[in-house]
Design a binder for this molecule. Structure first.
Ligand SMILES: *Cc1c(COP(=O)(O)O)cnc(C)c1O
Length: 368
């Protein structure tokens, strides 16, 4: 049997045409027509005005933090139940992450834990400047409550929508609620350029600033002149060509991800809990995530799948439990820890067939 991966890249057959066009044009540098087109397509799709293509989601977040003037010693609130890339750029700035737990109803950041954190921080004379909020596994966080808290405490919101392209909250696309937002086009994401990202920015002035920082901070001069630290964070025109090809299939891919989720839901035993979704969220179901009774049962399932060449993954290990962040503050009721203990991401690639899915379902049934 062929190995089944968690969420492998799915090429659509169109990429070659676009890559040939790039090669024929000779413009393979990190600028060119496809970079502009890819930016415009994403901006148009989500209803944003300004987008900047980057070489990863991580670098897009770093640029957002730079635009928000996050410096050494600043405090940044961040979801704990997420990938480490949501917090690493905070460390690049020598700033200090404070971790906020999940809500049982969405698995995303808990508004109550967030507000408790802000109240406690005030007592400690700590004044966080930014909230980095992840829309987890394709589903939106509780944006109504979050926006209220963000404005009450004067926070700058950065949305980590790396996994959630196409997801909406009350019909508005995630990535457009905050001052900044970003997406990832890494190999496992819903559309992929092999590696890449997109920063969503509020206006022309910030776009200029982010572009300046992403291209080695070149001052205006005929020679090479620099007065600030710059980065090499732009997306190449070749990869942007892949992005344009992949964008044609975004709706189909979301549809397929939802069908995969539904098929698991209809065919797995009813005592298995699925990742919930708030009614205002219309997510992309990037990965189907489920909870088993306990850690032992989760491991039984994971092991039988592994033995049969099927890749599955425990849910994110909460960042406040990572050795890297053991000295950082954490606020919440340990919801994410319980999810980590019992949870598993099931294969959810858009090329998965129903018969492969049935094999996975039968294997799970055989051990629980
Ligand atoms: C994938 C991912 C990132 C990072 O994106 P890259 O393009 O791999 O740098 C950040 N946050 C979350 C939640 C992700 O899943």
């Amino acid at each position: 049997m062929q190995k089944i991966y968690l969420s492998p890249p799915h090429l659509t057959g169109e990429e070659g045409n676009y890559l040939n066009e790039v090669l024929a044009s000779g413009w393979i540098a990190p600028m060119g027509a496809f970079v502009d087109e890819f930016e415009n397509q994403i901006a148009q799709k989500i209803g944003a005005k300004y987008a900047l293509a980057t070489n990863s989601g991580t670098s897009a977040l770093h640029l957002a933090l730079l635009c928000a003037n996050i410096e050494a010693g600043d405090y940044v609130l961040v979801s704990t139940f997420t990938f480490v890339a949501s917090a690493n750029p905070i460390l690049y700035q020598n700033a200090i992450p404070i971790f906020i737990d999940s809500d049982e109803k969405s698995w995303n950041i808990c508004p109550i834990a967030l507000e408790n954190a802000l109240i406690d921080c005030q007592k400690k004379q700590i004044f966080p400047k930014v909230l980095v909020l992840t829309h987890l596994y394709g589903q939106a966080a509780d944006m109504d409550k979050i926006i209220e808290i963000v404005s009450k405490y004067n926070l700058i919101l950065i949305e980590d929508a790396a996994e959630s392209l196409g997801c909406t909250w009350n019909n508005q696309h995630v990535g457009t609620f905050g001052k900044y937002g970003f997406f990832s086009f890494n190999g496992n994401k819903i559309i992929t350029t092999s590696a890449g990202g997109m920063l969503i920015i509020p206006d022309e002035e910030y776009r200029k600033k982010a572009l300046f920082l992403a291209t080695q901070a070149k001052d205006e001069a005929h020679h090479y002149q620099h007065s600030e630290i710059g980065y090499n964070y732009r997306l190449s025109n070749i990869l942007a060509g892949m992005g344009v090809a992949q964008m044609k299939f975004l709706s189909q891919k979301i549809q397929k991800k939802k069908e995969i989720f539904k098929f698991y839901q209809e065919n797995l035993p009813k005592n298995i809990d699925f990742m919930p979704e708030l009614p205002q969220s219309n997510g992309n179901r990037w990965l189907t995530c489920v909870l088993f009774e306990n850690f032992e049962q989760r491991e039984k399932v994971r092991n039988i799948l592994t033995k049969n060449q099927i890749e599955s993954r425990p849910l994110w290990k909460p960042l406040h439990l990572q050795p890297l962040f053991q000295k950082n503050l954490y606020f919440g009721e340990h919801i994410s820890e319980k999810l980590f203990e019992k949870g598993l991401c099931l294969p959810s690639g858009t090329q998965l067939t129903e018969s492969e899915q049935m094999t996975i379902i039968d294997l799970i049934k055989s051990v629980i």
